[in-house]
Ligand binder design. Structure first.
Ligand code: AP5
Length: 224
């Protein structure tokens, strides 16, 4: 299974990426974690990107694309599956990531979009700030990360819809519930992803499933 996650900060890319990786026994490639490791080790790359991370700005595309190229090569050697978390973040990264993956015969089977509203995301990240020390978990920087998400990342969601690999999930519910729904959807899709070509597939929208089954969630302000 080859899954990429597109979602705003705090929607659960790391949480659900870890779950999917464990479930399918595939590598979890998280660009934010890789960058923070460099910062923690104060490598040359870490020193070059630290300010970007601290301010909630995107690091230059070539840096993250090089990281992902290396991680894809390792994923291929490990069996060919992966969960990609944190990239792509803009249209240029989406096209470049697709190109690299296609060259290695590893294009994503599923683009998982975790949908949640900004107020909830701010609440989650401020709550995390009280427990963990992340230089970008303060209100001003969180707002900047959300702004950038809406400006340059969210537009790529529709590109995956056009490609037929988009699965949208309501991420406003408790993490366990979101995770269960994701694993169920991926298990259903697993037998067909390699058999049904992208152009013959249609986007799958699970975001109104909860309401259909009588669950109440505050989805009123979620962006489309
Ligand atoms: P990155 O590490 O990717 O951060 P992010 O996108 O801001 O996302 P977060 O890690 O904050 O949230 P998440 O969606 O992973 O949610 P999580 O599961 O952690 O990137 C950091 C920085 O690196 C970027 O700002 C940029 O500078 C740089 N960068 C990275 N990739 C880049 C790229 N491709 N190009 C350029 N720059 C790049 O959950 C968050 C919290 O919410 C946790 O406390 C969790 O327990 C909780 N939570 C999760 N799910 C739920 C739930 N359903 N209900 C309640 N709480 C929940």
């Amino acid at each position: 299974m080859r899954v990429l996650l597109v979602a705003p900060p705090g929607a659960g890319k790391g949480t659900q990426g870890t779950l999917i990786a464990a479930h399918f026994d595939i590598p979890h490639i998280a660009t934010g974690d890789l960058l923070r490791e460099h910062v923690a080790r104060q490598t040359e790359l870490g020193r070059a990107v630290q300010e970007h991370l601290d301010r909630g700005e995107l690091v230059p595309d070539d840096i993250v694309l090089n990281m992902v190229r290396d991680a894809f090569v390792e994923a291929k050697a490990a069996g060919g599956g992966y969960v990609l978390d944190g990239i792509p973040r803009n249209m240029a990264q989406a096209r470049a990531t697709y190109g690299v993956a296609r060259d290695l015969d590893l294009p994503a089977n599923v683009a998982l979009y975790l949908k949640a509203d900004d107020e909830e995301l701010l609440r989650r990240l401020l709550a995390r700030a009280k427990l963990q020390r992340r230089s970008d978990d303060n209100e001003e920087t969180i707002r900047r990360r959300l702004e950038l998400y809406h400006e340059v990342t969210h537009p790529i969601v529709s590109w995956y819809g056009q490609r037929g690999i988009l699965v949208s999930v309501d991420a406003m519910r408790p993490a366990e519930q979101v995770g269960r729904e994701i694993l169920t959807a991926l298990e259903v899709l697993r037998p067909m992803v390699d058999l049904v070509p992208e152009e013959a597939r249609r986007p799958i929208d699970l975001t109104s499933l909860a309401a259909a089954f009588g669950e109440t969630t505050s989805t009123a302000r979620m962006s489309d």
